[in-house]
Design a protein around this ligand. Sequence first.
Ligand code: PGA
Length: 252
Amino acid sequence: MPQAKLRPLIAGNWKMNGTKASLGEIWEMSRSLRGLEKGHCDTLLCPPSTLITAAAALADRMPQIGAQDCHAEPAGAHTGDLSAAMLADAGASAIILGHSERRAGHGESNTDIARKAVATWDAGLVALICVGETLAQRNAGEAVAVVHEQLAGSIPDGATASNSVIAYEPVWAIGTGQTPTLEQIAEIHGAIRAALLSRFGTEGAGMRILYGGSVKPANAREILALEHVNGALVGGASLKATDFLAIVDACG
Ligand code: PGA
């Protein structure tokens, strides 16, 4: 079904990178974003939690600042964890959930991710829910099925176009410099849109679907031009303001 163009979102994920010395990059991003025409896309940067407060003060919502994970409970005896409400208090407006590095490295299940999404909404924040197949799953012809299962299990009922963003990140493309073909990206994004439409109706039509995995200035424009690609989730290339800003430019 052809649909209205959604306002793109370019999101950066710094992962476990960055100290106070890196705030200059965020300052530079913010300064340049303010100079651009405001209209063409939304921007979000997710630094490590230690930098959220300083980054949010510095950026003043341009880019918006987000977090990379949260606990599913609002408070309690969970040493080392952070609740969505704490991240909101620090200045986050969105939380990345179910990144493959957390699914693999921390054993997060679809059910865990769905619980965290509800906690994220309860704190008034946007849930950026990641899905994506491994290379073995793709080679076995299971990519669409795996993504469908992750969508069904990780997105709770109650998802709307304004409280949720989906990111398709094939595990084998993350940090490897390898990207799927445009046809492969288009196929999965089309399948995700169809699944969102059938489950959430018009809210599913309005939910943004980001592509993530080795997005860089050199390949961003062609990926962002695909139907049902409504932005990008950028890891390595979001660490430098110049690269992040070039990707923002590419969605214009
Ligand atoms: P990458 O990471 O851009 O470094 O491949 C993307 C991600 O993990 O979100």
